[in-house]
Design a binder for this molecule. Structure first.
Ligand code: FRU
Length: 483
């Protein structure tokens, strides 16, 4: 699907876009595809004041298909513009999809690195060990809107010999005057890892190291990312194939973060503990960037590949999936915290304030609210009921998020806490994001309620709390017009 093909076919899908935009499950303050399919956030950056949010996108199909890079921009995280798609599969290195990648600013230009996916179809392949190419491609832009010529910088000949054909999702970062590039990979013994390369000019990359724990940690890693915050280094990755445990790794794939240490002589990294970034049902392929204010911002795909639960209700209306709210990352006492970006406060309307004991069942008209609760005393048990059949319950050090029919197969996710001090629930038409204990834990999930007029109430709660509550407005979207 090159740009010309896209332009020619775009008008034919006007009905699909109209249908998608009318759907009652459309989110108000989350980014979704105009129509079709969205997955990973890509190329996140702020350039000359403008935030660019690119994403994996199949514009004409609400299902898995050939990926292009869709594109939104914003200056304030309230007003968003749908831009023309930024990258298309249009050369031999990426003909079956422009896969995930990053943006890196240098000398007044944005440098993008992404994976060009090529699937051979001349005969039967397993597409793991053979039959596929995953090329690392470099593209520059002076404005974030128009891409210059593509340049192949790494291909399988440059990856270590013991890798399968699954090597993808470049992330570039600078450290001590060098540029580094990370790739997610699967080796021939089915062990997941990240591969580290180094460059001085962003064109010639030399292999540095394979980063992985000593012990097996899944068969494949996707979407790695590495950054240092408050003197602590973290490696984000999405390992596939970790065993399920009682309160950990409950999803089919994980999206989490290792603590990492760099050897200052060799530049190599060793990994410490791994922690899931989110304990809900729908959180994957997180990507971070530093904005012009020095904030480390994270967005993730609010979805989960190959999950046993579904999103068919929106796929039937011509669209599927969304991104999480933007989250700012901070480090306190060595812990990585995620909290909603401050700009989200601009969406607040109609503040209400009470205590938990005085809280009487609240009616919500449209499910778009923010509910913040801060315990005034040690809590041993609490149950919050919201939407049709969603329950957030705390008991004996375990917080559980339980969904009924509106979960479309999503039943229960849990997280262990030393104590429950506070939480904030962000409810949107078809999603719930919970930030717990100042962002130490989060739980993100899609939910498909039949009616948006609902009640919120507490039960079985043994401690009092301050409760704050706001209605939330939606993003102001400026959609592209049909040419
Ligand atoms: C993660 C992922 C990436 C890949 C992209 C394809 O969700 O599978 O590894 O680049 O999505 O859309």
């Amino acid at each position: 699907m090159d740009r010309e093909w896209y332009d020619r076919n775009y008008p034919k899908y006007e009905d699909m876009r109209m249908q998608a935009k009318k759907d009652g499950n459309r989110l108000r303050y989350h980014l979704m595809p105009p129509a079709g399919w969205m997955n990973d956030p890509n190329g996140l950056c702020q350039f000359q004041g403008v935030y660019h949010i690119y994403f994996q996108y199949t514009p004409f199909l609400a299902g898995w298909g050939t990926k292009i890079w869709g594109h939104y921009t914003t200056r304030d995280w309230v007003h968003f513009r749908e831009e023309e798609p930024f990258l298309f599969p249009d050369c031999v290195w990426d003909r079956d999809g422009v896969y995930s990648g990053c943006a890196f600013e240098k000398d007044g230009e944005i440098h993008y690195f992404y994976t060009g996916n090529v699937k051979l179809s001349d005969r039967q392949y397993d597409y793991i060990r053979e039959g596929r190419e995953q090329n690392t491609i470099h593209v520059k832009s002076s404005d974030g809107m128009t891409a210059q010529a593509k340049q192949l910088v790494l291909s399988h000949a440059d990856y270590p010999k013991d890798m399968t054909k699954h090597v993808r999702d470049p992330k570039v970062f600078a450290k001590h005057g060098n540029c580094y590039l990370l790739l997610g990979a699967r080796d021939k013994e089915d062990r997941g890892c990240a591969l580290l390369f180094c460059s001085k000019d962003l064109e010639h990359w030399s292999y540095v190291q394979r980063i992985a724990p000593q012990e097996y940690f899944g068969y494949m890693w996707e979407c790695p990312d590495l950054f240092t915050l408050n003197g602590k280094t973290f490696l984000l990755a999405c390992p596939q194939g970790l065993p399920k445990k009682e309160h950990c790794c409950q999803n089919v794939y994980q999206c989490g973060c290792f603590t990492a240490k760099q050897d200052s002589q060799k530049g190599t990294y060793t990994l410490g503990e791994f922690k899931e970034l989110d304990k809900g049902f729908d959180f994957y392929a997180a990507q971070t960037f530093e904005d012009e204010y020095g904030r480390r911002i994270l967005l993730a795909w609010m979805g989960m590949p190959d999950a046993e639960y579904d999103n068919d209700v929106t796929a039937c209306e011509g669209w599927i999936h969304a991104l999480t709210m933007p989250r700012v990352l901070t480090v306190t006492d060595g812990k990585l915290l995620q909290n909603p970006l401050k700009e989200m406060e601009q969406l607040r309307r109609n503040k209400r304030h009470t205590t938990l004991r005085a809280f009487v069942c609240q009616e919500t008209k449209d499910c778009c609210f923010e509910l913040h609760l801060e315990f005034l005393e040690h809590a041993r048990a609490m149950t919050l009921w919201l939407r049709e059949d969603v329950m957030l319950g705390y008991q004996d050090g375990v917080l559980a998020l339980c969904l009924g029919k509106s979960g479309c197969g999503r039943r229960k996710r849990t997280v262990c806490l030393k104590e429950l001090r506070s939480f904030t629930v962000f409810s949107d038409t078809s999603s719930v994001e919970v930030f717990i204990n100042g962002g130490e834990e989060t739980m993100t999930t899609r939910v498909y309620s039949e009616s948006l007029e609902q009640k919120v109430w507490f039960s079985d709660t043994d401690a009092d709390a301050q409760v704050q509550w706001y209605d939330l407005d939606g993003y102001k979207m400026q959609w592209k017009l049909c040419k």
